[in-house]
Design a protein around this ligand. Structure first.
Ligand SMILES: [Zn+2]
Length: 352
């Protein structure tokens, strides 16, 4: 399989250029790729007025930059992100991403932080299989999970997300894109745009990849207000998204009490493997959620104690952070995340 790459530059910053992989240009041989290159690039650029095309090239899959994918069960692959916060990462490639290969088609679970990372996942997938990519499932709105979506949409994938995802992501998208361009450079984010789901999941939904069914399981407000889990019924692998953090300090951006409630309802049937949104794959439920639950319970307790003592938020937040300090070993990005979590917890719990 041969892939079409367009080098495109920002109109406002002509020196800032990057490779755009155009899945529409995928071809069986070099000549067919080259024959379609001009037309496909022009079409794509007409929908991206912020970019100017510079050149096109056709490359075999093994010449493309890829992400590392590990096979954790037959036909189930995971890319493990760096367990850092966006601010501490050079690339923003911090989220775990998944690929599930059925008999007829492929589903991708989360798309990464940028068009470039989405392309690297696409290229890694194309080294495994040529089957069509029928579905991209977004586990929640956070930018490290969703911003690589456009390449999969262009490859023909239907995009699925929690029913609350479109509103919540639309509301935040400008801030996400501005922050990431500032953190990593406009060039690193070239071609990146938000793509909203085609399908909103309100109740458990099932998708069929041919001999392989994935269940999409929406949660009530917890890590965010739009968390969606994906279960591979064949191998009993649960992609938990950011409902499960391991090694990276959990971020509360939805509801602390809602997230604690979520811990009280273990999945049924019990999965054999749990893929968290961040951190290593877990082999049992208690190792997946135990440390995170202990942290969140302590966060709620420390916050309620400050509120009961009548402290204002400005005094309570540093005290909560200090109370939680014993939990720090084993959690990356602890201090900055706890300060954010304490603020979110205080705002939520002061109204109890
Ligand atoms: Zn998240």
């Amino acid at each position: 399989m041969i892939h079409l790459i367009l080098t495109a530059c920002l109109v406002t910053q002509p020196g800032a250029c990057g490779p755009i992989l155009l899945p529409q240009g995928q071809a069986d041989d070099m000549k067919s790729c080259q024959n379609g290159a001009d037309r496909i690039s022009r079409n794509w650029l007409s929908d991206h007025p912020e970019l100017a095309g510079q050149a096109t090239t056709c490359l075999p899959a093994d010449k493309l930059p890829t992400l590392k994918l590990d096979q954790i069960a037959p036909g189930v692959f995971v890319h493990l992100g760096e367990t850092r916060q966006l601010e501490d990462s050079d690339s923003g490639q911090i989220a775990n991403l998944g690929v599930v290969v059925g008999d007829l088609s492929v589903a991708v679970i989360d798309a990464g932080v940028s068009r470039i990372q989405g392309q690297m996942l696409y290229a890694a997938l194309r080294q495994i299989t040529d089957k069509p990519i029928s579905h991209l499932i977004l586990t929640h709105m956070h930018p490290d999970h969703v911003l690589g979506a456009s390449v999969f949409a262009e490859a023909g994938a239907q995009i699925w997300g929690h029913h609350a995802l479109p509103n919540s992501l639309t509301f935040r998208q400008d801030r996400y894109l501005e922050n990431l361009a500032r953190l990593y450079s406009p060039q690193a984010m070239i071609g990146t745009r938000v793509v909203l789901p085609d399908h909103a999941v309100r109740d458990v939904a099932q998708i069929d990849l041919g001999g392989r069914v994935l269940s999409l399981i929406p949660a009530r407000t917890a890590h965010t207000d739009n968390d969606l889990m994906v279960r591979d019924d064949r191998e009993q692998v649960l992609f938990a998204g950011d409902l499960v953090f391991r090694d990276l300090t959990p971020v509360v951006d939805g509801s602390l009490t809602g997230w604690l409630d979520w811990h009280r309802l273990p999945p049924s049937p019990m999965p054999r493997l749990i893929v968290p949104g961040h951190g290593p794959v877990a082999q049992d439920w208690e190792s997946a959620i135990g440390p995170q639950r202990a942290f969140l319970v302590a966060l709620a307790d420390a916050t309620r104690a400050q509120i009961a003592a009548g402290k204002p938020m400005s005094a309570a937040v540093p005290q909560i952070a200090q109370d939680l300090a014993p939990f720090e070993p084993g959690w990356n990005a602890f201090a900055p995340t706890v300060a954010r979590d304490a603020t979110a917890a205080f705002k939520e719990l002061e109204w109890e």
